[in-house]
Design a protein around this ligand. Structure first.
Ligand code: AMP
Length: 390
């Protein structure tokens, strides 16, 4: 048996995490509880994971010295952020083992590869066409013959990424203004709800799924996740089954977020996949037997997966920078603490900006409705006290 497939045990392993954002922070916090050491490779010392990691490498992801240093310090690696150069992922995988694999990450980090993967595996998804130039766009708009959304093929394109099209626009003008070398045009889906499923696949191929979350967005950023999603048992089962097909087809190891559109006729379409812990899985920190972060560590190290059982209905509220009265003054948390069934998770970011994810709060309740009412009330209150910045 090669050394890399032997199960590792805390405290005899050091997990390397590529990326230093809040997801890395929460992986590092879970690791500390489990007696596992972490090395965070980040692009800046103000990154949220830095203050909780055991060791930090603060150099670009393309730096060969950083690569050598990272690989020499860790037993096994994972990512918390998918926009890492493919060569870096491949090199880390060869040296330390990387879960999920570079090929799974590469599929999920690019919309074109992601959509083609879904099509190849006959996993339900939205109609799409790959766009290289204005003529492609004109042809695709003609074929679609209705509303759509043009998205950059690569993620992380400075938020410039998406534009809704009604279908009658001038393709030359749209393409000239879009400023991306490659894109996909997707059909607009008049969905009833957006759902996501967190799924984990272990070293031995065993799979566990969490209850689907019902996700609402604000300014295109996740606002609240309601768990369990208010959908029929058949829809919940189907979402889990599709997520399982995605994880198996990717030969995935680790935690994976699969996002869906639920159409009014009850059918589900995969929107996108996140090859890491996901914002819509943050409720698992307080409301599930095993959090998505602890699960990730189990899968990456090669330990048996933990139970995903939901202990209580829960609503996760994202705390964006627009809740902050000013850049350095946090909202009044007292009402949150007065609500004895809510927990606050802050990411240690010193400066609030409108859309920055500063933290989240998990509202537990006897029902999702009661949790949602309390979450919405606090959200209104904080937004009223803040200076609008969005
Ligand atoms: P994405 O970055 O692809 O997840 O898109 C962000 C959000 O935009 C989604 O969560 C949806 O609310 C909305 N959206 C994206 N694509 C579509 C689509 N094809 N049809 C309808 N809404 C969409």
């Amino acid at each position: 048996m090669p050394a890399s497939s032997l199960p590792l045990h805390p405290p005899h392993c050091v997990v390397g995490v590529i990326g230093g954002g809040q997801l890395g922070r929460m992986i590092a916090l879970a690791a500390r509880r489990m007696g596992i050491r972490t090395v965070i490779w980040t692009g800046g010392l103000e990154a949220p994971a830095v203050e909780v990691a055991d060791e930090v490498i603060d150099l670009p992801f393309s730096d060969p010295i950083a690569l050598e240093d990272f690989c020499s310090r860790v037993t096994v690696s994972t990512i918390e952020f998918e926009n890492i150069p493919r060569e870096t992922l491949e090199a880390v995988a060869r040296r330390t083992g990387l879960h999920p694999s570079p090929s799974a990450i590469s599929i999920c980090q690019n919309r074109e590869r992601e959509k083609k993967f879904l099509r190849q595996h006959q996993i339900p998804h939205t109609w799409f066409a790959v766009i290289d130039n204005a003529a492609d766009l004109a042809a695709a708009m003609k074929e679609l013959d209705g509303p759509g959304v043009l998205k950059t093929a690569d993620f992380g394109y400075d938020g410039k990424g998406q534009i809704k099209l009604e279908g009658h626009e001038d393709a030359d003008e749209i393409w000239a203004a879009f400023e991306s070398p490659r894109a996909v045009l997707e059909a607009w889906v008049p969905f009833e709800k957006e759902l996501s499923v967190m799924i984990a696949r272990g070293a031995d191929g065993s799979i566990v799924t969490y209850d689907p979350a019902e996700n609402r967005h604000r300014h295109r950023i996740l606002d609240v996740s309601i768990v369990p999603a208010r959908v029929s048992p058949a829809v919940a089962l189907e979402a889990g089954a599709i997520a399982r097909r995605v994880a198996e087809a990717l030969d995935y190891r680790g935690i994976l977020g699969v996002e869906f559109f639920l159409k009014t006729d009850g059918t589900l379409l995969v929107n996108e996949m996140a090859p890491r812990p996901h914002n819509s899985g943050h409720h698992t920190l307080d409301a599930c037997v095993t959090s998505q972060f602890a699960q990730q560590l189990r899968a990456v190290i090669g330990l048996p997966l933990g139970s995903t059982r939901l202990l209580s209905p829960v609503v996760m509220l994202n705390l964006l920078g627009d809740f902050w009265p000013d850049e350095t003054t946090p909202p009044d948390w007292l009402p949150l603490f007065q609500d004895g069934e809510t927990s606050l998770h802050l990411y240690g970011k010193r400066h609030a900006r409108g859309r920055r994810k500063m933290g989240h709060a998990n509202f537990l309740g006897k029902t999702t409705e009661s949790a949602l009412t309390r979450a919405e009330a606090l959200k209104r209150r904080w937004l009223e006290q803040a200076i609008p910045k969005l």
